[in-house]
Ligand binder design. Structure first.
Ligand SMILES: [Zn+2]
Length: 637
């Protein structure tokens, strides 16, 4: 089953034309990509380009690792067993991953005519229809070995049919389930765009195109041909073998794609496949049987006759230990289960959302991702007590702070619950009512709405002002740090922004403009560097005209005749930042400086606190929180 076929001499003229046109469109697409990037510099297209580049690289890597595959067509039970033992179990070094596919019998319902299994180096086509449906012992052993993972598309139907042939297949994986884990979410989301081949993952041919960049032709006459014929045609053999070969290679490509995507570096593929020279051994009994042996070549995409009787030198490739471990871990949870696209997509999302303590129904998970403020996973108030030698409550503190007094040997544990530390010295007191704020137990709820989820710390006086306060005013800042829920935090930030803008006008302290920055990019140098970047990244893909344009920029800047790689690297390493002549100081710094000059800092602090009360109308403020807190001693500031 599945669709296969090829790009070889056996295609009809119509198929040829179709293939040529589709290749032309593909070539055009690639040649236009650099331009697309110029017109759509934002996320979408450049993500697509990146993904296509990664895909191209991975496809070439996998296909060259398994450039030649030996294909055996076997209709002898014993011979098949020996072949599995010799080639697949490889003398005590068993394989871990195989591609599996079956062609179905046309006469008998639920029957299997041909079983194809590929280890990457060898592909066995076992003709069950020639042996009364009996499966060779060694092959059965391999199929029932749960440590050997079997890959295919719609593989559960093959597994079901094999059960009727007396085999309990273990360790099967539907490639579509794996694709959901390995392909970029941006392309994954487009899974329902039927017109866009680039984003389809629902069939063997779509997966083949989107991972290996290999076309599987949909030759109906071959697919539905007679698989029980006394001898299989070359076309049939190629078709059937490719289904199993490609199934395994799609698996490797998916794993590699995920790795490249994660590490953002194609170099990480080095050493993932290992090769050793091997002598293809004489297979006894091969000559007397009607079995046949071929080489399948990716480069030629066709079969070559192979004399199975003569020993020849070959290369055997297998995944490295690292790749094997990665592949096993990626398949966890999708072994021996059917293809369930929706279930898997949602499970992943739901787990992510749940792990952040977010609802899986609303759009909140999306917002939380976009919002730069991370939710706290620890309570803000741990409510441990610090008491004086006379057992008067001095403050409620966090556990770490309380333990600090123990480590310094200036405090002893008074009580375990609530954790209370008694100080061995008399601390200098704090005037009432300020002191009361620090001695009360505070609830871990949103100070505004009382919400009990997704907490964020909120600075009532924004940090970029506070950090320029005189040292003595920076003491006891915890009063002005409150616990907000994510939603209230978002509203408060917007309110803050209004105040900032007023202050920016009042004190001529611009916010976040160029004048706000110490250093700016020198536009001329920026141009030179981006020209070098473009040439380094995709020089040979650029049209001659554009290439010349970019090189001229570099030649003029460096005053050289030739642009070589050395020069490009030099240009890339250039520091293009320069001092901003318009810079007058950061907004916060300038505002606080001006306020200190007019001795208005106390009023400034009160203003922020009062505005917070007026605009947010907090209903769950900690007891003793006040606009005047800790201010009376600074009358003159
Ligand atoms: Zn809230």
């Amino acid at each position: 089953m599945g669709n296969c076929g090829s790009l070889n001499f056996q295609n009809t003229p119509d198929e040829y034309l179709g293939i040529i046109v589709s290749h032309m469109i593909k070539d055009m697409f690639y040649s236009l990509l650099p331009y697309a990037r110029r017109f759509f510099p934002k996320k979408g297209p450049s993500q697509t380009i990146k993904w296509l580049q990664q895909r191209q690289f991975v496809a070439a890597h996998v296909k060259s690792a398994y450039e030649k595959v030996k294909v055996y067509v076997i209709n002898d039970e014993e011979l098949c067993s020996r072949l599995v033992e010799q080639q697949m179990y490889n003398e005590g070094k068993p394989i871990h991953f195989v591609g599996l596919d079956c062609e179905w019998e046309s006469r008998k319902k639920d029957g299997i005519a041909l079983l194809q299994i590929s280890s990457g180096n060898d592909c066995i086509l076992y003709r069950t229809c020639q042996t009364d449906g009996v499966l060779p012992e060694k092959l059965k052993e391999l199929l029932e070995d749960r440590k050997v993972l079997k890959f295919g598309v719609g593989i559960e139907e093959d597994v079901r049919r094999l059960r009727l042939h007396g085999v309990q297949v273990k360790g099967f994986v539907d490639l579509r389930n794996l694709a959901h884990r390995c392909v970029p979410p941006s392309t994954n989301n487009n899974m329902n765009r039927p017109d866009d081949e680039l984003f389809q993952w629902n069939s063997l041919s779509a997966l083949s195109l989107n991972t290996l960049e290999m076309q599987l032709s949909k030759n109906y006459t071959v697919r539905c041909g007679n698989w029980e014929a006394p001898a299989l045609s070359r076309k049939q053999i190629l078709y059937a073998a490719k289904d199993a070969i490609v199934s395994l290679e799609i698996f490797y490509a998916l794993v590699l794609l995920r790795r490249v995507r994660r590490k953002q570096n194609v170099d990480t593929l080095n050493g993932l496949f290992e090769s050793e020279v091997d002598f293809h051994k004489i297979l006894q009994g091969f000559k007397d049987s009607s079995s046949a042996c071929f080489y399948y070549s990716h480069m030629k995409d066709s079969l070559t006759d192979l004399d199975a009787i003569l020993p020849i030198e070959t290369t055997r490739t297998f995944p490295s230990k690292g790749l094997t471990e990665l592949a096993y871990s990626l398949c966890q949870g999708i072994v021996d289960i059917k293809h369930k696209p929706k279930l898997i997509m949602n499970q992943g999302l739901q787990q992510k959302a749940a792990s952040r303590g977010l609802s899986t129904k609303t759009g909140l998970d999306k917002t939380a991702k976009r919002y730069k403020h991370q939710c706290r996973d620890k309570p803000l108030y741990e409510n441990c007590f610090l008491i004086g030698p006379q057992k008067q409550v001095l403050a409620t503190v966090n556990r770490t702070k309380a333990e600090w007094y123990l480590h310094k040997n200036i405090g002893v544990i008074e009580k375990e619950s609530p954790f209370t530390v008694r100080l061995l010295f008399e601390p200098s007191g704090r005037p009432k009512p300020d002191a009361d704020y620090y001695t009360t137990v505070k609830e871990n709820v949103c100070a505004v709405c009382g919400g009990t989820e997704n907490f964020v710390k909120k600075n009532i006086i924004p940090h970029d002002y506070r950090k320029y306060f005189p040292l003595e005013m920076k003491d006891h800042m915890s009063h002005d740090v409150l616990l907000f829920c994510l939603d209230c935090h978002r509203v408060a930030q917007v309110c803050d922004e209004e105040v900032r803008q007023d202050l920016a006008v009042k004190y001529q302290a611009p916010l976040g403009t160029k004048e706000h920055m110490f250093k700016v990019d020198n536009p001329q140098l920026g141009k030179v560097r981006s020209a070098a970047k473009a040439l380094l990244k995709s020089g040979d893909k650029l049209p001659a005209l554009r290439r010349d344009e970019l090189e001229t920029i570099l030649r003029n800047h460096f005053k050289v005749k030739e642009v070589d790689n050395e020069l490009l690297k030099r240009a890339m390493e250039m520091d293009i930042r320069e001092e901003n002549k318009k810079f007058l100081g950061l907004h916060g710094e300038r505002v606080v400086k001006a306020i200190l000059e007019e001795k208005g800092l106390i009023e400034f602090v009160k203003m922020w606190r009062q505005r917070f009360l007026d605009l947010m109308k907090p209903k769950h403020l900690p007891q003793f929180w006040s606009v005047d807190h800790n201010l009376h001693k600074f009358k003159s500031t």
